[in-house]
Write a protein that binds this ligand. Structure first.
Ligand code: PGA
Length: 251
């Protein structure tokens, strides 16, 4: 699957919200295909939106799945249920999950394994904190996050990684595009050299991506796409970012 541009709606939306979203998206989108686009809505809407979005054909996925496939886990959603509802991918290990729901590397590895075994494309999020960046630990922290999670996986065979500096999420600030590019190169090196049995589809960037800065990001060779929060809530803006993406990546 070539998912490259993902909308993370977080805890936003309603039926009327997504109906308006698709109307605005369809009005602005100029591409002839939708293979690289995905939306992760709140899980309760996955099934409805998966039906709604089959034309234009945007993939739908979840923002999270549980680390167990079933059981006494009140409030949780299993990977197989996301699949059943029409989902095609799942975000795992988003920094908000790590921060607010105490997710650890071992939990995230179990989620990656489960997503993969139920044929959902897993998107693993990694990213350094402001403090780690200020102490020049960015590369080391990312290397550890990627290695610790992938080492703890047993059945994972392919994934996409989203590089999301925690300090850049929802703040309007981000690293220079050249810096993101070299970090993506490093992440690709780590996966290819240490986990040759795992196929890395893409490394995408997330953190304050919007219409104004998307061009400078997509110009970089190793930035394969983006995970977009705030700016993805506007269907027209998401479509315009996708237009820029298609132009620059020759799609
Ligand atoms: P943002 O969020 O685009 O609002 O910074 C990105 C994310 O958290 O995935």
């Amino acid at each position: 699957m070539s998912l490259k541009l993902l909308a993370n709606w977080k805890l936003h939306g309603s039926k009327s919200f997504y109906q308006n979203w698709f109307a605005a998206f369809n009005q602005s989108y100029q591409g002839s295909h939708h293979d690289s686009l995905g939306i992760a809505p709140p899980a309760i809407y996955i099934s409805d939106i998966a039906r709604y979005s089959s034309n234009p054909g945007i993939a739908i996925g979840s923002q999270n799945i549980d680390q167990f496939s079933s059981g006494a886990r009140t409030g949780e959603i299993a990977s197989s249920m996301v699949k059943d509802a029409g989902g095609l991918f799942s975000i795992t290990g988003h920094s908000e999950r790590r921060m607010f729901f105490n997710e650890l590397d071992g939990d995230i590895a179990a989620k990656l394994d489960l997503a993969s075994s139920t044929s959902l494309l897993p998107i693993l999020c990694v990213g350094e904190s402001r403090e780690e960046r200020d102490q020049n630990k960015t590369e080391k922290v990312l290397e550890m996050q990627v290695s610790n999670v992938l080492r703890a996986c047993s059945t994972l065979h392919s994934l996409t990684i989203a590089y999301e500096p925690v300090w850049a999420i929802g703040t309007g600030v981000m690293p220079e595009p050249e810096e993101i590019n070299s970090i993506h190169e490093m992440i690709k090196d780590v996966v290819q050299s240490r986990f040759s049995n795992i196929h890395l589809h893409a490394v995408i960037y997330g953190g304050s991506v919007n219409l104004e800065n998307s061009q400078s990001i997509f110009k970089e060779k190793e930035i394969d796409g983006a995970l977009i929060g705030g700016a993805s809530l506007n269907g027209g803006e998401f479509a315009s970012i996708a237009n820029i993406f298609n132009d620059l990546k020759g799609l």
